[in-house]
Design a protein. Structure first.
Ligand code: AQP
Length: 332
């Protein structure tokens, strides 16, 4: 097995929609692209997490490939990063079982994501409760030093660290205890219509969510109709001006300019000016991602080959960790 001397990183995104949204792009994908330069990077499409809520099988299959295409179109280079599908590495659910038996009911049921999502479902699956143990397995199998995620995953990462420490204490040094990498400035992109909620696939108003695959017309419409705040001044004040502050965060991430610099440029201007310019910036930044995604989806055999080769590499590493864990817990 070829191993890299670089520190390792792992992260994933669920295949729960046709298009990833701007929160996924800024909070996760942009970080993935940066870290592939300095890390042995493993990025996966979390199709097993996706079925914790009901999914149509043909949609899930299609969305898995579409998510992979968006990873690559956003700049994840299969020559530098290992891109794979979670269900193609059986060690993920195998280690998850061991970690489920290490997690208490109290810990799992305290998770905010479980509480939020279970409140929205008629049928609450057991998988929704055990989701964080599978996420811990996704991570710990690869012994990464660092895991880039958005703010909403902080609590799951904390549990992952606790489970790693608990296992190491009980069975001897096995797992690296990973650090969460949560960029303060972009950790939470908010819904454009309801800037107190995070931008999310499951919020009811599609106007509040920018999809990576939106065309120029709908991107522009969504940004121009974003909810802004009382007053006129363009200022970064997340408490009193959440709508404008969210637009400034998006502006800053898409241009790599500091928020202070942008605020200075718009001194004395109206919210409308900011929105018009941001719409143009978003169209310019996201159109190549959309076009490249569509191009990649024309050659599904090639995409599948990238995923197969990623799965082979992920399996090699994951199986070594799983064997060690099985041995330590006493499985013959
Ligand atoms: N709004 C966001 N701002 C910053 N980061 C975000 N992430 C998600 N939303 C934001 C980060 O994207 C990565 C993948 O997220 P996920 O696969 O857990 O799915 P999701 O997109 O978080 O799911 P949604 O949109 O919230 O859909 P539902 O409503 O189905 O649960 C993670 O690193 C996450 O932090």
């Amino acid at each position: 097995m070829m191993t890299s001397s670089l520190p390792r990183t792992v992260s994933g995104i669920q295949a729960t929609s046709d298009s990833l949204h701007l929160g996924n792009y800024i909070g996760a994908l942009q970080q993935f692209v940066v870290h592939q330069e300095s890390h042995d990077a493993f990025y996966f499409i979390a199709n097993m997490h996706a079925i914790t809520v009901e999914q149509d099988p043909s949609d899930l299959r299609e969305r898995t490939l579409r998510t992979a295409a968006q990873f690559i179109a956003a700049g994840i280079d299969p020559e530098k990063s290992t891109i794979f599908v979670q269900s193609q590495v059986p060690a993920h659910p195998q280690l998850s079982w061991v970690l489920e038996c290490t997690t208490s009911m109290g810990e799992a049921s305290r998770m905010t994501q479980f509480k939020d999502k279970s409140a929205k479902q008629d049928h609450v699956s057991l998988g929704l409760l055990t989701y964080p143990a599978l996420m811990a397995a996704d991570i710990l199998l690869y012994n990464p030093q660092m895991v880039p995620v958005g703010e909403d995953q902080r609590q799951h990462l904390e549990l992952t660290r606790n489970l790693a420490e608990r296992f190491n204490y009980r069975f001897g040094e096995t797992f690296v205890v990973p650090e969460a990498q949560i960029l303060k400035s972009t950790a939470k992109i908010y819904d454009l219509q309801n800037p107190s909620s995070k931008m999310s696939k499951s919020l009811p108003s599609p106007l509040g969510r920018i999809d990576l695959l939106d065309d120029a017309k709908s991107l522009t419409k969504k940004i121009k109709s974003a909810v802004t705040d009382d007053g006129k001044e363009i200022a970064y004040e997340p408490e009193s001006k959440p709508g404008v502050s969210n637009l400034l965060t998006i502006y800053s991430s898409l241009t790599s300019r500091s928020v202070d610099d942008i605020v200075a440029e718009y001194e004395g201007k109206m919210y409308g000016h900011l929105k018009v310019d941001l719409a143009e910036i978003a169209v310019e930044a996201l159109t190549p991602v959309r076009e490249r995604t569509n191009e990649l989806l024309q050659d599904r055999a090639q995409l599948q080959a990238i995923l197969d080769s990623g799965a082979a590499k992920a399996n090699e590493i994951a199986e070594v960790t799983l064997r060690e864990v099985y041995d330590k817990v006493g499985f013959v």
